[in-house]
Design a binder for this molecule. Structure first.
Ligand code: FPP
Ligand code: K
Ligand code: ZN
Length: 479
């Protein structure tokens, strides 16, 4: 019998052995919990609370109550108890998430017809998520090529489905997906000249981009356009037929930084367009777009009020949950693990200034809690059946799986900007100068087994893919 629990023994009788074993097990569980005590920050209501009860405060409190059992690892609905890592929280269930994402590349039930125009998103999220989990997705190349071909319009760009108008988001998702599966056949499928002309046709005189002809002019347009232009190595000059060019503008960059600058709101965050409410989705789009336009310390500091943005971003990390909300007074949601979690590396690069030689110029962990984000994702967002979800109670989906994994990657690594040579880099080459320091920050509760593959901080592609894609188009003209 174990020397640790002699007093629990009621009789000297072997019939009670199972009782004893149960007691020892419970004791062991208690000891494990004590050894892995969760910091109070992640188990208690926020230290400062507004006394006024509103719909907002109730919704936040409900969310906290839903998350607490998971944060404390007291969720009894999960049986058998999922495998724990050495920090006493659930390990990343890679196999289940891989299966979930493969399932998302198969047939969908009828109600998904509502997602028809978002088909490129569906395959991008799944292919990106699989590759972040370390899967080789080249087996999807043939199928992807067959699926993407009919989405391309002769006048340039990709629609969401066959016969649909080109849209900048579907074009972005198609180009990224082709880059992920890689290979000549996939990359050469893009009609680069037509894409260049189509992008010219959505460039606006005030500097921004419409997402489709006559559609919204917003930050998605700016980020997706610059992503496509830089990955495909399209000319920066506007094509001659571009309405903006006709009126005297010269390049895709004309007026763009000024336009982005106008999207910073009074709160410090970034809105979809000038005057709009600040939202995390657009903060990432703006910062990543600026990191494509030029070097982060040049473009971000020139365009944005960095201290105000920093203060807004920090305010979106919620306690006790540890993840991020997308906007002021709203709820934690796993997808913002990327949309806001992905902002830090870009912002830190701006804050480091021109001296970019190492990742150590800023003290690690000073700006946001990698521990909090890791706890939220591993404890609250892994669905039993595989896939990651917005929050407990929500169904997992490919969107939240993709951006949760990207967020986990932001918590696991330090990305920093470091050009090979000092001085002005060639136009649109700055985004290919990122490096990574994968040293684990102390106290961030993940094991090596919980690591995912490195993800490019600007392109949200598996590490190396952006450079390979750009290299493929390096010497190609558009005719
Ligand atoms: C609010 O939804 C969501 C938005 C206003 C869109 C946010 C933008 C992105 C996620 C970025 C898109 C990027 C690209 C590249 C296309 P909600 O009201 O349901 O959620 P909330 O309560 O969390 O704000
Ligand atoms: K949401
Ligand atoms: Zn979400």
């Amino acid at each position: 019998m174990s020397p640790t629990a002699p007093n629990y023994r009621r009789h000297n009788d072997s019939a009670d052995a199972s009782f004893e074993i149960e007691l020892i097990r419970e004791l062991a569980v208690d000891q494990t919990k004590a050894a892995f005590a969760v910091p109070a920050l992640f188990t208690n209501p926020p230290p400062i609370q507004d006394g006024l009860e509103t719909q907002t405060s109730k919704a936040r409190s409900d969310t906290m109550q839903k998350c607490l059992p998971f944060l404390l690892n007291d969720d009894t609905s999960d049986s058998p108890i999922p495998k724990q890592n050495s920090f006493g929280i659930p390990s990343l269930r890679k196999k289940d998430h891989v299966n979930f994402l493969h399932g998302n590349l198969a047939d969908f039930p009828a109600p998904f017809v509502a997602m028809d125009a978002s088909r490129p998103w569906l395959f991008y999220w799944s292919l990106a998520g699989l590759s972040f989990l370390g899967e080789d997705v080249s087996e999807y190349r043939e199928r992807l090529v067959q699926t993407v071909k009919p989405l391309q319009n002769a006048t340039g760009g990709f629609g969401g489905g066959h016969g649909q108008l080109s849209h900048i988001a579907s074009s972005y998702a198609c180009v990224l997906s082709l880059a992920i599966v890689g290979g000549k056949e996939a990359l050469e499928l893009v009609d680069r000249k037509a894409m260049w002309q189509w992008l010219g046709s959505v460039k606006q005189r005030d500097g921004g981009f419409q997402v489709t002809h006559g559609g919204e002019e917003d930050m998605r347009g700016a980020y997706c356009a610059m992503t496509i232009i830089s990955l495909l190595n399209l000319p920066l000059a506007l094509p001659s037929g571009s309405p903006a060019r006709v009126k005297g503008d010269e390049t895709f960059l004309t007026g763009l930084m000024g336009w982005i600058s106008h999207c910073q709101s009074f709160e410090g965050g970034i809105g979809a367009a000038p005057g709009n409410e600040a939202h995390g989705g657009y903060a990432f789009c703006a910062l990543a777009c600026l990191c494509i336009i030029g070097e982060p310390h040049e473009t971000i500091n020139r365009c944005l009020d960095v201290p105000l943005l920093l203060s807004w971003l920090s305010a979106q990390q919620t306690t006790p949950e540890g993840g991020f909300a997308g906007r002021t007074n709203k709820l934690v949601d796993a997808c913002y693990s990327h949309w806001i979690g992905g902002c830090w590396a870009l912002l830190e690069a701006a804050m480091r200034g021109a001296n970019q030689s190492s990742s150590e110029c800023l003290p690690p962990g000073s700006l946001w809690s990698r521990e909090g984000l890791t706890r939220y994702l591993l404890c609250c967002c892994q669905a039993k059946s595989g896939g990651l979800r917005d929050k407990p109670g929500a169904r997992p989906d490919a969107y939240h799986t993709c951006y949760s994994l990207a967020g986990l990657n932001a918590a696991q690594n330090h990305y920093y900007y470091s050009p090979d040579t000092k001085g002005n880099p060639a136009p649109l080459s700055a985004s290919f100068n990122w490096r990574v320091d994968a040293t684990k920050e102390e106290g961030v509760p993940f094991d090596e087994d919980d690591r995912i593959r490195l993800v490019h901080p600007v392109y949200v592609l598996p590490w190396g893919t952006a450079e390979q894609t750009r290299d493929f188009f390096k010497d190609k003209d558009v005719d």
